[in-house]
Design a protein around this ligand. Structure first.
Ligand SMILES: Cc1cc2nc3c(=O)[nH]c(=O)nc-3n(C[C@H](O)[C@H](O)[C@H](O)COP(=O)(O)O)c2cc1C
Length: 325
């Protein structure tokens, strides 16, 4: 469907629906299926900096988390690093879909050279999934944010392909963080990463994983941030991840000002056919509203989502929506 064509990170996409970094994007066969299903692009399953730096053993302690151990097993295979590059090269031979590689990292290091090999293998862009838990009560927010910026700066300087950053929702001022990342070379950002938070089974006094799949209500956590950031810093392209379950959800992301929307849980719950249904819904909605291209309505609800000028801190919203309480 021509009217769904859009661009993200300078890449031409047939649809704004991207399959996010996940087990669905871990093999050529699966990605061929996603391309047939109508995905606009794929973000490959992340490779870990520890794996690239030959410190895969340090990942083993994560396998205490049952939900992680299944896919970590793959990373611990010695030939995974070579195989990752071979997969990118194979994808470029067999598919037309834009391929965004993904590196899960916590600091810059020798793995940055591997990012160059990823680009040389044919990846169209690179998404950095930067995350580390803040565990030091003497480390300031500014120091942590600078760590993010320096990672992005090192990678953006090393590679010629566009770099985007997948971030956690836990920043005091996401807009300032995004500006700092943009200033260091990021072309885009994915909001947000979703974590498998631990939970406690009280009767057995043991840890368990909370839901690894999102619920549709989680999308609300990102729409206002997207609206604000896309108006404060329009050249930075935003992609939404977390809680995108339907075509209407994709439309909400675009109306808020996002360039694309990423899906993972929707594929687990509804199968790959959901991508086609999302595309159909977007096209049908565009027809109903007389839009011929996504650019005509991208960000159209931005102003409504931003706080009112009389209530710049958004403090009156509860009174507005619950006037009787
Ligand atoms: C089983 C599983 C594996 C995932 N692996 C990765 C990964 O390797 N890298 C990454 O950036 N995100 C990973 N994610 C997060 C997803 O890309 C996505 O950001 C998250 O699931 C929220 O989107 P959703 O609501 O569409 O599921 C994973 C998610 C799941 C459920």
């Amino acid at each position: 469907m021509k009217k769904l064509e859009t661009s993200y990170l300078g890449l031409a996409l047939s649809s704004p629906v991207i399959v996010s970094s996940s087990p669905f994007t871990a093999s050529v066969e699966s990605i061929v299926e996603l391309e047939k299903a109508g995905a606009g692009a794929v973000v490959l399953k992340s490779i870990f900096e520890e794996q690239i730096d030959g410190e895969a053993a340090t990942l083993e302690h994560y396998s205490a988390y049952p939900e992680a151990s299944g896919y970590l097993a793959r990373y611990l295979e010695a030939d995974y690093i070579r195989g990752f590059l071979d997969m990118i090269a194979a994808l470029k031979r067999t598919t037309k879909i834009p391929v965004i590689a993904s590196i899960n990292c916590a600091e810059s290091g020798s793995w940055v050279d591997y990012a160059k090999q990823i680009a040389a293998a044919g990846a169209d862009a690179l998404e950095l999934n930067v995350f580390f838990l803040a565990t030091d009560d003497r480390s300031s927010a500014a120091a942590i944010e600078e760590r993010y910026a320096s990672i992005v700066g090192a990678v953006a300087e090393a590679v010629s392909i566009p770099v985007s950053v997948k971030l956690s929702p836990r920043f005091t001022n996401i807009h300032a963080v995004l500006r700092a990342l943009y200033n260091r070379g990021a072309k885009g950002a994915t909001l947000y990463n979703r974590f498998f938070e631990p939970d406690i089974v009280v009767d057995e006094m043991r840890l368990t994983a909370s839901d690894s799949l999102s619920g549709p209500k989680e999308l609300r956590n990102v729409l206002r941030d997207v609206a604000l950031s896309s108006s404060l810093l329009p050249p930075l392209e935003l992609s939404v991840s977390t809680g995108v379950h339907t075509g209407d959800d994709v439309l909400k992301c675009l109306l808020a000002g996002a360039t694309t929307a990423q899906v993972c849980t929707a594929l687990y719950l509804q199968g790959t056919g959901v991508i086609g249904r999302m595309n159909e819904r977007i096209a049908q909605w565009m027809d109903a509203h007389g839009f011929h291209s996504i650019d005509q309505f991208r960000g159209a609800m931005r102003a409504e989502l931003r706080p009112d000028k009389n209530d710049p801190n958004g403090r009156v919203q509860y009174m507005r929506f619950f006037p009787q309480k």
